[in-house]
Structure formats: C-alpha cells, structure tokens
Write a protein that binds this ligand. Sequence first.
Ligand code: B12
Length: 342
Amino acid sequence: MKYDEALTSRVKESALECGFARVGVAPVGAVEHADAFRAWLAAGYHADMTYLEENVEKRLNPAQLIEGAKSVICLAVSYAPDGDEPSTDAFIARYARGGDYHKVLKKRAQTLCDRIRTVEPSFEGRAFVDTAPVAERTLAAAAGLGWIGRNGSLIVPGLGSYILLAEIVCNLPLRPDEPRPNGCGDCEKCLAACPTGAIVAGKTIDARRCLSYQTIENRGEIPPGLWPLLGQCVFGCDACQAICPHNRRRVRGDAELTHPPDSEPLSLQDILTWTESDWDRATRGKAFRRADHRMFLRNAILAAGNAGDASHLPLLEALPKEETLQPYIDWARKQISGSCEQ
Ligand code: B12
C-alpha cells in the first residue's frame, strides 16, 4: 500500500488538538498475538464475560469492522491522579473517579473524525471506545503507543499505564508506526502486589481472581475465598498499576477524567446508607455506574468487614433485608467483632 505521509502527519496533529495525549497508527489485518487471546478464552480466564467469546474473528482483525478499512488510528489519554490519594475507606479505581471515559473519549474521537473529513472528504471511519469487539491494547501496542506490561496494561513511555484507549478504524492509507520495545525488564513488582495472585503468567490476567472483575463485572456472588483479599476495594483495583515504577513520575492527567465535579471522595458510610435513588444520583455520568446498587452494597459490606471498624456495625444492621446480601453481612459483622476484641 502507498502511504499518504502528509495526511498521516495532519491526522496526528489533529488528534493532539482534539485532546488526545498520544496518537499512533496500526495496520489493519489480523492482529499479532491473536493466539494469546484465544488461549485466554480457552483457559476460562474471562470468567462470565461471555461477550468476549462473540465476534472473536472481528476482534482479532479490525479490517472486518468497516468496509474498505486501511488503518487504525490509536488514541490515548492519561487519567493519572494529580495529587495525593484521597483519604477514604472506600477505594474506587482511578479510571472511574472523574467523567465517564466512554463519553469523554468518544466525543473527542468524533470531533477528530469531523476534522479529518474536512481535510480529506473521502474519509470514512468509525470510532470505538471499549464497547465494540476491538483488541484495544494489542492495537495500541502495534501502533507504538507503548508496550504491554507484565501486569497486562499498556504502559506508555513518559505517561505510565494510567491510560485509556480509543481508536478510529478508517479507509485512509496512513503510515503505520513501529511497535516499541518492552520496558518492564526483569521487574515483577506487579506480580507480588496483586492481592489475589490474578497475574498468572506475564501479561495474562485471570479475571476470575482479579478484583477489578469481581467488583465491577461480577453481578453474581463473589467467591468467599476472595472476601478477605478484597481489602477496601469497592469499585475496581489498581494494585498492579500503583506499584509499577512507570507510574512513579508525576504526570498531569486529563482534566475531564481526573476532576469530578464533586470532589469529596465516597466513604463506606455513604455507600452503606445509599438508597436506590441515592445510588442513581451519585453514579449519574460516572464510569462507576457500571456497578448497580446491589453490587455497591455487596462490595462495601466486604470492605467494611476488612476495615474492622466498629462504627460500621449499626450501618450493617440497618441494611435492607435482602437474602443474597445476608452472607456478606454475617461475615463482615464477624470480622469486625473479631478485630474489635483483639
Ligand atoms: C475484559 C476487560 C477487562 C477484564 C479482563 C482484563 C484483562 N487483562 O484482559 C477486567 C474486568 C479484569 C479488566 C480490568 C481492568 N481494565 Co479492562 N478491559 C477489558 C476489555 C473490554 C477487553 C480486554 C481483553 O480483550 N482481554 C483479554 C486479553 C487476553 O487481551 P488483552 O488484554 O488485550 O491482551 C492482549 C495483549 O496483551 C496482546 N499482547 C501481548 N503481548 C503483546 C506484545 C505486542 C507487541 C502486541 C502488539 C500485543 C501483545 O496479547 C493479548 C491477546 O490478544 C478492554 C477493552 C478492549 N476492547 O480491549 C478493557 C481495557 C483493557 N481495560 C482497561 C482498564 C483501564 C482496566 C483496569 C485498569 C480497570 C481497573 N482499575 O479496575 C483493570 C486492569 C486489570 C489488568 N491488569 O488488566 C483499559 C486498559 C488501558 C491500558 N493502559 O492498558 C482498556 C483497554 C479499556 C480502554 N478503552 O481503555 N478489564
């Protein structure tokens, strides 16, 4: 294919103007490491996220996503926290604390599509953020945005891994970038930091053990063996990223993703006293709305058990009498009583 160098530069400049921190181009066609994705599914590491079993061929070959596709524009923004960790007993993963990234990134990617069309009227493309069968990390790595770290996350030189991804699959003949060398070296800090041992082999996450899966995606019951390992995680987990030396450098995260309009962090007391409509109000427009009211209660009850703070006991007593929550409540009360006796 003959690449359009000038257009490639224009597209990249526009991407930065539209608010993306990094941009690169991946070729269309079968992605590398497709076998790793299939092996991950075959091992059952995707837990009950059965949507990942669908459209596997499409996911592993972006050429199938739009007719006449020639390149994938890979885009990244940083959500690196710009200050000290807020003091709270309810941990919410950093990516979910500000505006909902699906909306923020999709809007910017659509604006970028409009700009490209004014430069090149033959442009046809579709923007994706997380919700379609797209191998986002693999494509971003192929586009040279960074490398896939031992913790499974894309690590971007100079920005670290507190990164969210979007892509535009399009019909323009853009010059692909070169992948970057892996910069993890022999560091295995993330393996040791994972509270549940969910990083089963380099770059492979067993979602069944990952606290991010358990607290965000698992709408059923969390296996009792994981309850004491959940710590204060109420929505997601960042243990394998927080320990990563590539996240040590202070990075100015994207304002829309890092600054929630209400800056008071949620506490276990807030969540344990939420009614359904409080949940609705508190989660509107946020990525953490993905966990419904019951999931928030389930997770907060376990976090209260792990915190061992007697002031949570009356809140646990006052919770709605819901049969499926009772085992969590009984366990948490026992934990709290146990730690208060010591
Ligand atoms: C399912 C899913 C999850 C699952 C499974 C996680 C996992 N590791 O697979 C759960 C719920 C556990 C999860 C958790 C999180 N997720 Co998630 N998740 C996804 C989703 C929807 C699909 C990922 C997937 O297909 N997994 C299956 C594995 C096998 O595929 P993979 O991770 O892409 O791995 C491939 C590459 O590693 C590749 N590969 C390996 N080596 C190399 C080398 C080269 C050179 C190349 C080219 C490729 C390559 O081979 C693998 C197979 O193809 C993506 C969005 C998307 N559509 O891609 C977001 C996504 C991966 N998640 C994201 C985020 C932010 C998170 C969390 C940080 C949220 C949190 N704090 O709680 C955690 C991080 C956990 C972790 N350490 O991975 C971001 C990651 C950004 C980044 N910096 O990497 C994504 C890309 C969403 C987005 N649009 O930004 N997630």
